[in-house]
Ligand binder design. Structure first.
Ligand code: G16
Ligand code: MG
Length: 217
């Protein structure tokens, strides 16, 4: 028995949201916009361009295309400087245990992330070699909740969408998995991710016996 296991990156494998937050906050400050934690929540799973559009919207600002491009570059530069200092200690609890169990059971594994920095992040935390496929922000034209990223991942794994299982921390990502006809597993809060087929607060709650059930479904 084989299923395709697809993992979101930020909020599922590592918590890079805190670095996105710092970088967006500094950027917002530089153009006199206040940026809150609550707003940052709404940027989870959202692409870089869409995120800056939202921030400008919240701050009631319109800027030139040139400034938009240069601000995006600055944000990413600062974000990358945080990423450069990451270590495998930043992997979220029990993620390696679940990945290793899937590898032991010969299950195909893919990343399905909106981030254009997915590869360097996985490399920094020493997890790149665990994945059979990496599908990220460089491979897609339509952002979550569009199912594109997960459908491409299924294709790379040679699996039918209905035989794939997606781990996601964002509402948009859960919706993308559902639209793709995949099993969605929400990682986070029950009231936020209620559209998911299963919800866990983190991987410590996901036992190997549950993974085994998913494989044999
Ligand atoms: C991540 C984050 C988003 C971020 C996006 C793009 O997606 O959740 O907040 O805006 O990637 O990141 P980058 O600026 O590195 O291209 P995911 O899908 O891994 O949760
Ligand atoms: Mg995420």
């Amino acid at each position: 028995n084989k299923k395709g296991f697809i993992f979101d990156l930020d909020g599922v494998i590592v918590d890079t949201a805190k670095y996105h937050f710092l970088a967006w906050q500094n950027l917002a400050k530089s153009i006199d916009i206040d940026f809150t934690h609550e707003q940052n929540e709404q940027l989870k799973g959202v692409s870089r361009v869409k995120s800056l559009e939202k921030i400008l919207n919240w701050g009631n600002k319109t800027i030139s295309e040139e400034l938009f491009t240069s601000l995006m570059g600055k944000k990413n530069e600062e974000y990358l400087s945080f990423i450069a200092k990451m270590t495998d200690e930043e992997i979220l609890p029990d993620v390696p245990r679940v990945l290793d169990y899937l590898i032991e059971k010969a299950q195909p594994i893919s990343l399905g992330s909106a981030s254009k920095n997915a590869r360097p992040i996985l490399e920094k935390v020493n997890l790149l070699s665990k994945f059979d496929a990496i599908v990220d922000g460089n491979d897609v034209s339509k952002a979550k909740p569009d199912p594109e990223v997960f459908l491409i991942a299924a294709k790379h794994l040679n699996m039918k969408p209905e035989d794939c299982i997606v781990f996601e921390d964002s509402v948009a990502g859960v919706q993308a998995a559902n639209t793709a006809n995949m099993i969605s597993i929400g990682i986070g809060e029950k009231d936020v991710l209620h559209e998911a087929d299963y919800i866990f607060s983190d991987f410590t709650e996901i036992e190997n016996s549950f993974i085994e059930e998913l494989i044999n479904r």
